[in-house]
Design a protein around this ligand. Structure first.
Ligand SMILES: NC(=O)c1ccc[n+]([C@@H]2O[C@H](COP(=O)([O-])OP(=O)(O)OC[C@H]3O[C@@H](n4cnc5c(N)ncnc54)[C@H](O)[C@@H]3O)[C@@H](O)[C@H]2O)c1
Length: 243
Protein backbone atom coordinates (compact mmCIF):
# COMPACT_ATOMS: atom_id res chain seq x y z
CA UNK A 1 0.00 0.00 0.00
CA UNK A 2 1.26 3.47 -0.89
CA UNK A 3 1.46 6.62 1.19
CA UNK A 4 -1.42 8.43 -0.51
CA UNK A 5 0.95 10.53 -2.61
CA UNK A 6 -1.74 10.87 -5.29
CA UNK A 7 -4.77 10.82 -3.06
CA UNK A 8 -7.74 12.50 -4.75
CA UNK A 9 -5.87 12.86 -8.03
CA UNK A 10 -6.91 11.66 -11.48
CA UNK A 11 -4.25 10.36 -13.85
CA UNK A 12 -4.02 9.24 -17.47
CA UNK A 13 -1.42 6.58 -18.29
CA UNK A 14 -0.77 5.45 -21.88
CA UNK A 15 0.77 2.13 -22.82
CA UNK A 16 -1.03 1.00 -19.68
CA UNK A 17 -1.55 -2.66 -20.57
CA UNK A 18 2.06 -3.76 -20.32
CA UNK A 19 5.47 -3.23 -18.73
CA UNK A 20 6.25 0.19 -17.31
CA UNK A 21 2.78 1.61 -18.01
CA UNK A 22 1.11 -1.27 -16.16
CA UNK A 23 3.45 -0.76 -13.20
CA UNK A 24 2.66 2.95 -13.17
CA UNK A 25 -1.07 2.21 -13.16
CA UNK A 26 -0.61 -0.13 -10.18
CA UNK A 27 1.53 2.35 -8.29
CA UNK A 28 -0.77 5.31 -9.00
CA UNK A 29 -3.76 3.28 -7.78
CA UNK A 30 -1.89 2.27 -4.64
CA UNK A 31 -1.10 5.95 -4.01
CA UNK A 32 -4.81 6.79 -4.07
CA UNK A 33 -5.22 8.04 -7.64
CA UNK A 34 -8.07 7.24 -9.97
CA UNK A 35 -6.61 6.17 -13.29
CA UNK A 36 -7.64 6.28 -16.94
CA UNK A 37 -5.58 3.50 -18.52
CA UNK A 38 -5.05 3.84 -22.27
CA UNK A 39 -3.77 1.16 -24.62
CA UNK A 40 -4.46 -0.19 -28.09
CA UNK A 41 -6.93 -2.81 -26.92
CA UNK A 42 -8.14 -5.31 -24.39
CA UNK A 43 -7.56 -4.37 -20.78
CA UNK A 44 -9.25 -5.65 -17.65
CA UNK A 45 -12.72 -4.66 -16.46
CA UNK A 46 -13.33 -1.13 -15.19
CA UNK A 47 -13.43 -0.43 -11.44
CA UNK A 48 -14.51 2.73 -9.65
CA UNK A 49 -10.87 3.84 -9.54
CA UNK A 50 -9.77 2.44 -12.92
CA UNK A 51 -11.23 3.17 -16.32
CA UNK A 52 -9.80 1.63 -19.49
CA UNK A 53 -9.82 3.37 -22.86
CA UNK A 54 -8.87 1.51 -26.03
CA UNK A 55 -7.29 3.68 -28.69
CA UNK A 56 -4.24 4.65 -30.66
CA UNK A 57 -2.33 7.48 -28.97
CA UNK A 58 -1.13 8.63 -32.39
CA UNK A 59 -4.72 9.52 -33.22
CA UNK A 60 -6.03 12.93 -32.08
CA UNK A 61 -9.53 11.46 -31.72
CA UNK A 62 -8.28 9.13 -28.98
CA UNK A 63 -7.02 12.13 -27.03
CA UNK A 64 -10.34 13.89 -27.40
CA UNK A 65 -12.03 10.82 -25.89
CA UNK A 66 -9.48 10.72 -23.06
CA UNK A 67 -9.96 14.38 -22.14
CA UNK A 68 -13.74 14.12 -22.47
CA UNK A 69 -13.75 11.01 -20.25
CA UNK A 70 -11.62 12.68 -17.58
CA UNK A 71 -13.98 15.63 -17.45
CA UNK A 72 -17.22 13.62 -17.65
CA UNK A 73 -16.32 10.76 -15.31
CA UNK A 74 -14.03 12.45 -12.80
CA UNK A 75 -14.44 16.19 -13.38
CA UNK A 76 -10.69 16.75 -13.37
CA UNK A 77 -7.26 15.61 -14.52
CA UNK A 78 -4.09 15.99 -12.47
CA UNK A 79 -1.48 13.79 -14.13
CA UNK A 80 -0.73 12.79 -17.71
CA UNK A 81 1.84 10.06 -18.22
CA UNK A 82 2.59 9.72 -21.94
CA UNK A 83 4.35 6.37 -22.11
CA UNK A 84 3.12 4.23 -25.03
CA UNK A 85 5.67 3.38 -27.65
CA UNK A 86 6.48 1.22 -30.63
CA UNK A 87 9.80 0.29 -32.24
CA UNK A 88 10.91 -1.11 -35.59
CA UNK A 89 14.56 -2.11 -35.64
CA UNK A 90 16.44 -1.39 -38.89
CA UNK A 91 19.25 0.89 -40.01
CA UNK A 92 18.05 4.14 -41.58
CA UNK A 93 18.59 3.03 -45.17
CA UNK A 94 16.47 -0.09 -44.63
CA UNK A 95 13.66 1.58 -42.69
CA UNK A 96 10.54 2.26 -44.73
CA UNK A 97 9.13 5.76 -44.63
CA UNK A 98 5.94 4.27 -43.32
CA UNK A 99 7.78 2.72 -40.33
CA UNK A 100 9.65 5.99 -39.75
CA UNK A 101 6.37 7.93 -39.71
CA UNK A 102 4.63 5.46 -37.43
CA UNK A 103 7.42 5.52 -34.85
CA UNK A 104 7.53 9.31 -34.86
CA UNK A 105 3.73 9.42 -34.51
CA UNK A 106 3.39 6.96 -31.62
CA UNK A 107 6.55 7.92 -29.76
CA UNK A 108 6.64 11.69 -30.23
CA UNK A 109 3.57 13.21 -31.87
CA UNK A 110 1.33 11.41 -29.37
CA UNK A 111 2.96 13.35 -26.52
CA UNK A 112 2.15 16.61 -28.29
CA UNK A 113 -1.43 15.48 -28.99
CA UNK A 114 -1.81 14.47 -25.34
CA UNK A 115 -0.53 17.78 -24.04
CA UNK A 116 -2.75 19.67 -26.48
CA UNK A 117 -5.88 17.78 -25.45
CA UNK A 118 -5.22 17.73 -21.70
CA UNK A 119 -3.50 21.01 -20.89
CA UNK A 120 -6.77 22.83 -20.13
CA UNK A 121 -7.68 20.29 -17.46
CA UNK A 122 -4.10 20.11 -16.16
CA UNK A 123 -3.94 23.89 -15.81
CA UNK A 124 -7.16 23.88 -13.80
CA UNK A 125 -5.73 21.33 -11.37
CA UNK A 126 -2.12 22.65 -11.41
CA UNK A 127 -1.12 19.22 -12.61
CA UNK A 128 1.88 17.41 -14.01
CA UNK A 129 2.93 15.74 -17.24
CA UNK A 130 5.51 12.95 -17.26
CA UNK A 131 6.89 11.73 -20.58
CA UNK A 132 8.68 8.42 -21.04
CA UNK A 133 11.72 8.89 -23.22
CA UNK A 134 14.71 6.52 -23.21
CA UNK A 135 18.49 6.36 -23.01
CA UNK A 136 18.19 6.23 -26.81
CA UNK A 137 17.68 10.01 -26.56
CA UNK A 138 21.31 10.34 -25.49
CA UNK A 139 23.22 7.39 -26.93
CA UNK A 140 23.21 5.89 -30.42
CA UNK A 141 22.30 2.20 -30.41
CA UNK A 142 22.40 0.48 -33.80
CA UNK A 143 19.14 -0.05 -35.73
CA UNK A 144 16.99 2.52 -33.89
CA UNK A 145 17.02 5.70 -36.05
CA UNK A 146 13.35 6.65 -35.78
CA UNK A 147 12.96 5.49 -32.19
CA UNK A 148 16.05 7.49 -31.14
CA UNK A 149 14.93 10.59 -33.02
CA UNK A 150 11.51 10.41 -31.37
CA UNK A 151 12.93 9.78 -27.90
CA UNK A 152 15.38 12.67 -28.32
CA UNK A 153 12.47 14.82 -29.43
CA UNK A 154 10.58 13.95 -26.25
CA UNK A 155 13.35 15.41 -24.09
CA UNK A 156 13.16 18.70 -26.01
CA UNK A 157 9.38 18.62 -26.06
CA UNK A 158 9.22 18.06 -22.30
CA UNK A 159 11.45 21.06 -21.70
CA UNK A 160 9.41 23.14 -24.11
CA UNK A 161 6.06 22.19 -22.55
CA UNK A 162 7.44 23.00 -19.09
CA UNK A 163 8.25 26.51 -20.28
CA UNK A 164 5.00 26.86 -22.19
CA UNK A 165 2.65 25.72 -19.41
CA UNK A 166 4.47 26.70 -16.23
CA UNK A 167 3.80 27.76 -13.60
CA UNK A 168 0.49 25.90 -13.61
CA UNK A 169 1.70 22.60 -15.10
CA UNK A 170 5.02 20.87 -14.36
CA UNK A 171 6.47 18.73 -17.16
CA UNK A 172 9.29 16.21 -16.74
CA UNK A 173 10.75 13.34 -18.71
CA UNK A 174 12.10 9.97 -17.57
CA UNK A 175 14.78 8.16 -19.55
CA UNK A 176 14.71 4.47 -18.69
CA UNK A 177 17.61 2.17 -19.49
CA UNK A 178 17.17 -1.60 -19.81
CA UNK A 179 14.00 -2.48 -17.92
CA UNK A 180 12.71 -6.03 -18.19
CA UNK A 181 9.28 -5.80 -19.79
CA UNK A 182 7.52 -7.63 -22.63
CA UNK A 183 9.30 -5.19 -24.97
CA UNK A 184 12.35 -7.46 -24.50
CA UNK A 185 10.47 -10.65 -25.42
CA UNK A 186 11.92 -10.85 -28.92
CA UNK A 187 15.48 -10.14 -27.85
CA UNK A 188 17.93 -13.01 -27.43
CA UNK A 189 19.49 -14.19 -24.19
CA UNK A 190 22.99 -13.03 -25.13
CA UNK A 191 21.85 -9.50 -26.01
CA UNK A 192 19.90 -9.30 -22.76
CA UNK A 193 22.93 -10.37 -20.77
CA UNK A 194 25.08 -7.73 -22.48
CA UNK A 195 22.52 -5.03 -21.74
CA UNK A 196 22.31 -5.94 -18.07
CA UNK A 197 26.10 -6.08 -17.78
CA UNK A 198 26.36 -2.62 -19.38
CA UNK A 199 24.74 -1.06 -16.31
CA UNK A 200 26.56 0.02 -13.14
CA UNK A 201 23.76 -1.73 -11.28
CA UNK A 202 24.76 -4.95 -13.11
CA UNK A 203 21.14 -5.94 -13.73
CA UNK A 204 17.93 -5.07 -15.54
CA UNK A 205 15.63 -2.53 -13.98
CA UNK A 206 12.17 -3.56 -12.86
CA UNK A 207 9.10 -1.71 -14.18
CA UNK A 208 8.23 -0.81 -10.57
CA UNK A 209 11.54 1.04 -10.28
CA UNK A 210 10.56 3.31 -13.16
CA UNK A 211 7.03 3.64 -11.77
CA UNK A 212 8.51 4.94 -8.50
CA UNK A 213 10.28 7.77 -10.32
CA UNK A 214 7.21 8.56 -12.43
CA UNK A 215 5.18 8.73 -9.22
CA UNK A 216 7.71 11.11 -7.69
CA UNK A 217 7.51 13.38 -10.74
CA UNK A 218 3.71 13.19 -10.78
CA UNK A 219 3.16 14.10 -7.13
CA UNK A 220 3.86 17.10 -4.90
CA UNK A 221 7.14 15.59 -3.66
CA UNK A 222 8.68 17.02 -6.86
CA UNK A 223 6.93 20.40 -6.63
CA UNK A 224 10.08 22.32 -7.66
CA UNK A 225 11.08 19.95 -10.47
CA UNK A 226 10.03 20.94 -13.97
CA UNK A 227 11.65 20.86 -17.40
CA UNK A 228 13.91 18.09 -16.11
CA UNK A 229 14.90 14.81 -17.69
CA UNK A 230 15.79 12.06 -15.29
CA UNK A 231 17.74 8.91 -16.13
CA UNK A 232 16.35 5.71 -14.62
CA UNK A 233 18.95 3.45 -16.15
CA UNK A 234 20.97 1.76 -13.41
CA UNK A 235 23.98 3.77 -14.59
CA UNK A 236 23.79 2.45 -18.16
CA UNK A 237 24.67 5.85 -19.64
CA UNK A 238 27.32 6.52 -17.02
CA UNK A 239 29.20 3.35 -17.84
CA UNK A 240 31.42 2.50 -20.80
CA UNK A 241 33.43 -0.70 -20.96
CA UNK A 242 36.73 0.58 -22.39
CA UNK A 243 40.44 0.24 -21.73
N1 LIG B 1 11.73 -1.60 -21.36
C1 LIG B 1 12.81 -0.90 -21.59
O1 LIG B 1 13.94 -1.41 -21.50
C2 LIG B 1 12.70 0.55 -21.94
C3 LIG B 1 13.87 1.30 -22.03
C4 LIG B 1 13.79 2.65 -22.37
C5 LIG B 1 12.56 3.23 -22.58
N2 LIG B 1 11.44 2.49 -22.50
C6 LIG B 1 10.17 3.16 -22.75
O2 LIG B 1 9.27 2.87 -21.72
C7 LIG B 1 7.94 2.91 -22.23
C8 LIG B 1 7.22 1.62 -21.87
O3 LIG B 1 7.97 0.55 -22.43
P1 LIG B 1 7.72 -0.95 -22.00
O4 LIG B 1 9.05 -1.60 -22.00
O5 LIG B 1 6.85 -1.00 -20.80
O6 LIG B 1 6.95 -1.48 -23.31
P2 LIG B 1 5.81 -2.59 -23.50
O7 LIG B 1 5.99 -3.07 -24.90
O8 LIG B 1 5.83 -3.57 -22.40
O9 LIG B 1 4.47 -1.74 -23.39
C9 LIG B 1 4.15 -0.76 -24.32
C10 LIG B 1 2.64 -0.63 -24.37
O10 LIG B 1 2.32 0.45 -25.26
C11 LIG B 1 1.18 0.05 -26.00
N3 LIG B 1 1.12 0.77 -27.26
C12 LIG B 1 1.95 0.66 -28.32
N4 LIG B 1 1.57 1.47 -29.31
C13 LIG B 1 0.46 2.12 -28.87
C14 LIG B 1 -0.41 3.07 -29.44
N5 LIG B 1 -0.20 3.53 -30.69
N6 LIG B 1 -1.46 3.52 -28.73
C15 LIG B 1 -1.67 3.06 -27.47
N7 LIG B 1 -0.89 2.17 -26.86
C16 LIG B 1 0.15 1.69 -27.57
C17 LIG B 1 1.37 -1.46 -26.24
O11 LIG B 1 0.16 -2.09 -26.59
C18 LIG B 1 1.94 -1.89 -24.90
O12 LIG B 1 0.90 -2.29 -24.01
C19 LIG B 1 8.08 3.16 -23.72
O13 LIG B 1 7.93 4.53 -23.99
C20 LIG B 1 9.48 2.70 -24.03
O14 LIG B 1 10.01 3.34 -25.17
C21 LIG B 1 11.47 1.14 -22.17
Amino acid sequence: MGRGLLSGKVAVVTGAASGIGAAVVERFLSEGARVIAVDLAGQGPDRPDLLAISGDVADAETWQRIADTARAEFGRLDVLHSNASTVVRAPAHELTERDWDRQLSVNLTAAYLGARACVGLLRESRGAIVLTSSVHALVGIPRHPAYAAAKGGLVSLGRQLAVEYGPEVRVNTVLPGPVLTPAWDGIGEEDRRRSAEATAAARFGRPEEVAAVVTFLACAESSYVTGASLLVDGGWTAMKDSA
